[in-house]
Design a protein around this ligand. Structure first.
Ligand code: PEP
Ligand code: MG
Length: 358
């Protein structure tokens, strides 16, 4: 067994010496971060913060979203900030100076709110004796109810609509980074489609970072087709791009990522519309084209723009190969897929030698 381990180590270090693409992990907590490092991650490319708001903290988020006064909202934010700071401190400690990309909260709003139908039934059944609190809650949930939450109040839109939400997260990131010396934090804004959205958040983030006297990169996900097509403008306000190819695939094809088991999907495989699900392997002709356009346009504006991918495709061999070809700096994938990504990144570098775009 020892011999096998040594042989694998030799292969991996040979691969690491050959590849140009860096390999990072998608990890949301210190435990995943530590696991990612054991698999050879050179940083975290995506820390999704929305999971940090579930469980015990759900009530605080509900208080925040449903707050009817500045005081109520500020109270909820003040309760969340130290919890977030602790989350980030643990992750920064686990990564010990390797880059960590923290993505600001990106949930579909309905995940945090009581279910509209259930609550309506509860209030209706209670009739005259329905609690005042439940009536108020129902009115608020009704106001925020969306037919298409995945195309609704998510990502940067949530940050622009709920005052103080992103600022609370940025402050928590900045303070945690200050408390863990050597930290390389990168703050990432989700679901951006227009440079104006990004500018608002970037300006506020920069102000907070300056106050806390901490440096961090501020960048964006590229996961909405419009962001890819206007990448030249978006790069004016972003120090890095990370391609969110899960959403980019969903929005480019118009397929719901939550219904990939839908009947037509297997029919499409049968008919050869695609050989593999585009959610598994990057569709080079369509989604890949948007990635290539955005990489090129982005770097025209900002030659040192850092480029990565953090959708599921970041751990798929064929997609990793493509990422090398279009000149990305890193791929980010689940910890378990890191060894495969390291090997494929090396294979891409060895087979594409001379045809590099960079
Ligand atoms: C993506 O859309 O590819 C992505 C990484 O973000 P999420 O899966 O959290 O939407
Ligand atoms: Mg996404």
């Amino acid at each position: 067994d020892d011999e096998l381990v040594r042989a694998v180590d030799r292969i991996m270090s040979h691969a690491d010496a050959s590849r140009r693409l860096r390999v990072r992990a998608n990890a949301d907590n210190a435990e995943d971060a530590a696991r990612a490092r054991r698999f050879g991650a050179e940083g975290i490319g995506l820390c999704r913060t929305e999971h940090m708001f579930l469980g015990d903290r759900r009530q605080l988020v509900e208080d925040l979203v449903l707050a009817t006064s500045d005081e109520e909202r500020e109270r909820a934010l003040a309760a969340l900030e130290p919890l977030q700071r602790a989350d980030f401190t643990e992750i920064f400690q686990a990564m010990a100076g390797l880059p960590v990309t923290i993505r600001l909260i990106d949930p579909p709003l309905h995940e945090f709110l009581p279910d509209y139908t259930e609550l309506s039934v509860k209030v209706a059944l209670a009739g005259d004796v329905a609690e005042e609190k439940d009536r108020k809650l129902l009115a608020a949930v009704k106001r925020l109810h969306e037919q298409n939450p995945m195309l609704g109040l998510r990502g940067v839109r949530l940050g622009l609509v709920i005052p103080g939400l992103f600022a609370m997260q940025v402050r928590a990131i900045a303070e945690a980074a200050r408390d863990v010396p050597g930290t390389r934090a990168e703050i990432m804004i989700p679901l951006v489609g227009a440079v104006q959205e990004l500018e608002h958040v970037r300006d506020e983030a920069r102000r907070i970072l300056a106050e806390v006297e901490v440096e961090a990169l501020v960048g964006t996900m590229i996961e909405v087709p419009r962001a890819a097509l206007t990448a030249g403008q978006i790069a004016e306000a972003a120090e890095f791009f990370s391609f969110g190819t899960n959403d980019l695939t969903q929005m480019t094809w118009g397929f719901s990522r939550d219904d990939v088991e839908a009947a037509f999907f297997s029919r499409y495989l049968e008919l050869g519309v695609f050989g593999v699900s585009p959610f598994e392997t990057l569709d080079r002709d369509g989604v890949g084209r948007l990635v290539a356009i955005a990489a090129e346009e982005g770097r025209k504006t900002r030659p040192d723009l850092k480029l990565g991918i953090c959708g599921e495709h970041g751990g798929d061999p064929d997609s990793v190969h493509f990422c090398h070809q279009v000149g990305l700096d890193y791929v980010s994938c689940s910890p378990f897929r890191i060894p495969v990504a390291r090997l494929e990144a090396a294979r891409a570098a060895l087979t594409c030698a001379g045809s590099d775009t960079r």
